[in-house]
Design a protein around this ligand. Sequence first.
Ligand SMILES: N[C@@H](CCC(=O)N[C@@H](CS)C(=O)NCC(=O)O)C(=O)O
Length: 211
Amino acid sequence: MMKLYYFPGNASFTPHVLLSETGADYELVLVDRNVDAHKSAEYLELNPSGRIPALIDDDLVLFETAAICLHIADKYPESRLAPVVGTTERSEFHKWLFYMATTLQPEVLLYYYGDRHAVTEDGTAAVKAAAEVRLGDMMAIMDKAVAEGPYLLGQDYTLLDPYLLMLCRWCRNFAQPPTGYANLGPYLERLSKRSSIANTFAIEGIEAPYV
Ligand SMILES: N[C@@H](CCC(=O)N[C@@H](CS)C(=O)NCC(=O)O)C(=O)O
């Protein structure tokens, strides 16, 4: 049985939604950030970067959210969480997955961990402020991308959707929250009602407003 190491609302959220989508048996293991369990020697054996999530599937130990999501999608192709390899849709899918994992998500981390990127409090505040502005530009790109909908890739729901919802959720307290964008707003509302996503909010103890 797969084991997902998680903390409510963290980057483990998307793999958690996907496990729920597949109907697979899985176990959730809380990594309690309140006591820095993600920096414990035991957890660092699984994820040497001391970050959440990690996934164990038999002998395989994975870290990095996007890699975990792809593993779940590949293991359960019948859940259609990713387009078939070799199709145009698959290449589009890779584009957005890499954009989110290597551009959008690190920018959100700059916002939340500004102190790791500056040596003074003023410096931290400046890093956070700049990240928020840059995320505004990135959200405008995502807003345009979901304009046609109902999903990021069009008609087909994929793992990109809960991934984007998770990243948008992390920006919910911004001066210009993602819900305020013309297309992202209704898109996020629609997704929040999807049963796998609503159930994951409930299991993780996350209360409305979700995004
Ligand atoms: N690129 C990593 C980033 C994961 C990440 O930064 N997770 C956050 C929680 S959302 C974390 O564990 N932060 C604790 C820390 O950086 O000390 C991934 O996608 O798995």
